[in-house]
Design a protein around this ligand. Sequence first.
Ligand SMILES: [Zn+2]
Ligand SMILES: [Zn+2]
Length: 144
Amino acid sequence: MSTEKEYKGGCFCGAVELRVVGKAEAMGYCHCTSCRQWSAGPVNAFTLWPLNAVTISRGADQVGSFQKTANSIRKWCKACGGHLLTEHPGWGLTDVYAASLRDFRFEPMLHANYSETVLRLHDGLPKLKDFPKELGGSGTSVPE
Ligand SMILES: [Zn+2]
Ligand SMILES: [Zn+2]
């Protein structure tokens, strides 16, 4: 028996359910144009998990997939259009949108791609120009 914590989440209509286990590797907000266009929102709240920590536990046949760039495979529910997650194979991580998870405590650490922001947030968290160094970015901070 695993003692790892488990969290459930899913889409807008409930046809798709997902499960994540363990601990998120990182959490925060992404301000990039891709996230904004895909989410139709000004900012994306992300939680990053190892690929094998995330399972589609119901409605896998309803999951649509779209890949525009090599490192992002975006998935949503074909029944309701609700967004679920983005796989980042190049990082070995899956971004399960914080809003897709239930009963999960979202603890943001940083803001990524803040140079592209359309919504400045004065929360005192680090604002990175692009991505952290560990994810291939510059790790450079920019003003809030
Ligand atoms: Zn749905
Ligand atoms: Zn982004």
